[in-house]
Design a protein around this ligand. Structure first.
Ligand SMILES: NC(=O)c1ccc[n+]([C@@H]2O[C@H](COP(=O)([O-])OP(=O)(O)OC[C@H]3O[C@@H](n4cnc5c(N)ncnc54)[C@H](O)[C@@H]3O)[C@@H](O)[C@H]2O)c1
Ligand SMILES: *[C@@H]1O[C@H](CO)[C@@H](O)[C@H](O)[C@H]1NC(C)=O
Ligand SMILES: *[C@@H]1O[C@H](CO)[C@@H](O)[C@H](O)[C@H]1NC(C)=O
Length: 430
């Protein structure tokens, strides 16, 4: 019996076995109570982690409950009006994370061409929520209503599907950012794993099931060193918890496609930038700090190696998202049951030209007409990888995806927006 453990080849190195069989017998006897003990400790820790201590996770759910402002007499009307299709063969699309950077751009583009769009966002304060409110105001003028609520709120999601039989879900809500995962790991689990499952559960039960396009990330390539990154490369070496939750998302997508016949397309975005962007991203806070005369950290890899990113302009990403929606096939399940094989896709959406971060700063200096105070530092090992570079031939072939905006042009548009949004001194980007 002891050999069950000892000779199990699939877990090499898991148990350090002693040489003598006497010791083995002893170890095995004490093994079962030990296993029970450690399982209890583990479950206890899990319990504490999810229900007790971390203010982050419970705060988030509480906050989302508090700020969920849906319901009321005109709720259905507002949702229906927003979902109204004005284009022949138009789609009705639920966009999660609609008050976010990518979500607000995608929602505007869909609405503009005549699709019905309903937004969903919890307006969390990972970064300045007033920027999310400003995007919301923009969308409202374009005729897009954003429901305020959390993607983990299954009752709300069901209610939305009751009001509108969505043909598509564009799932962009997530906890983004790489370094913040060390501050608040729970929020990544909450939004990127539990939240994704909640969205997929409701989609799988919906009749008809919608097709789903969702945001994965280039970060799934992690420590992969084949360049350019291609969809066939390995993605099992994430360098951050953020990356690990996106990778988990891709596996969860596989499961829901396999079991329930949901049509699922994952998009691996590569460092998206542009007007209405995210204040936690380097190009954004570099601009702010250069204008303030504050020094900015420029990371370099070992041996003074460049840190580079495949910066992709928001309008190019938007085109890729719309193309993914337009080429997605219907889900095949009904009543929560699979009826046949369904589409499962993953695409890189990048720009194919990595730019060293120091070049990014030089471009910003020119556009802002101000010198940066550069503080060159070693790239810390806390989640950021040295470079990203997309192979986009698959998206090119199957989505007709073709990025056309170089970093100069895109940053000029960003800086124009930044100066008009913050420039008058009324608002400040902390
Ligand atoms: N911007 C990039 O460079 C980039 C790169 C790779 C992947 N992505 C992915 O693209 C998607 C959009 O990113 P973004 O840059 O627009 O980020 P963002 O933070 O601006 O947008 C995400 C939005 O989702 C909302 N949200 C978060 N958790 C939620 C929850 N539990 N319930 C409801 N709403 C919630 C947030 O309030 C936010 O408005 C994300 O999935 C992100 O991980 C972005
Ligand atoms: C609700 O809808 C009714 C009729 O559609 C309208 O008269 C009323 O002003 C609306 N109320 C609010 C708070 O929007
Ligand atoms: C890019 O990916 C395609 C497959 O999608 C592959 O055929 C091609 O060789 C890759 N190109 C490079 C330069 O690696």
């Amino acid at each position: 019996m002891k050999h069950n453990i000892e000779s199990n080849p699939s877990t090499p190195g898991k148990f350090k076995m002693d040489k003598s069989s006497y010791n083995n017998r002893l170890r095995l006897h004490s093994y079962i109570p030990k296993l029970a003990f450690w399982s209890l400790v583990f479950l206890g820790l899990l319990y504490i982690f999810f229900y007790k201590s971390p203010p982050a996770l419970s705060d988030l759910s509480r906050r989302s409950l508090r700020t969920s402002s849906y319901g009321g007499p005109n709720f259905s009307q507002k949702v229906k009006a927003s979902a109204k299709i004005t284009l022949r063969n138009g789609k009705s699309i639920l966009v999660t994370g609609a008050a976010g950077f990518v979500g607000s751009h995608v929602s505007t583009a869909l609405k503009r061409r005549g699709d019905g769009v309903v937004g969903l966002d919890n307006f969390n304060d990972y970064y300045d929520p007033s920027l999310k409110r400003a995007r919301q105001a923009h969308l409202e003028r374009a005729g897009v209503y954003i429901v305020e609520g959390d993607i983990n709120d299954v009752v709300l999601l069901k209610k939305l599907f009751d009001i509108v039989p969505f043909t598509h879900v564009m799932h962009l809500a997530a906890q983004a950012g790489v370094r913040y995962a060390m501050v608040n790991p729970g929020s990544y689990v909450h939004s990127n794993i539990a939240g994704l499952v909640s969205v997929l559960e409701v989609c799988k039960n919906a009749n008809p099931q919608p097709a789903i396009v969702w945001a994965s990330s280039s970060s799934v390539y992690g420590l992969n060193s084949n360049v350019p990154f291609s969809e066939r490369d390995r993605t099992d070496q994430p360098a951050s918890l953020y990356a690990a939750t996106k990778k988990a998302g891709e596996e969860i997508a596989h499961t829901y496609n396999h079991i329930y016949g949901l049509s699922l397309t994952g998009l691996r975005f590569f460092t998206v930038y542009g007007p209405w962007g995210r204040p936690d991203m380097a190009y954004f806070f570099f601009s702010r700090d250069i204008l303030k005369g504050k020094s900015i950290p420029i990371f370099e890899a070992a041996n003074h190696g460049n840190v580079a990113r495949d910066f992709t302009y928001i309008e190019d990403i938007v085109k890729g998202c719309l193309a993914a929606l337009d080429t997605s096939k219907k889900s095949t399940g009904t009543g929560g049951k699979k009826k046949g094989p369904a589409q499962l896709r993953v695409y890189n959406l990048g720009n194919t030209s990595p730019v060293p971060v120091s070049d990014l700063v030089s471009i910003l200096e020119k556009l802002l007409k101000k010198k940066a105070k550069r503080l060159v530092m070693k790239l810390p090992r806390n989640g950021d990888v040295q470079f990203t570079h997309a192979n986009i031939s698959l998206a090119q072939q199957e989505l007709g995806y073709k990025p056309v905006t170089d970093l100069q042009t895109g940053l000029r548009k960003f800086v124009q927006w930044y100066l008009s949004y913050y420039g008058n001194g009324k608002k400040s980007s902390q």
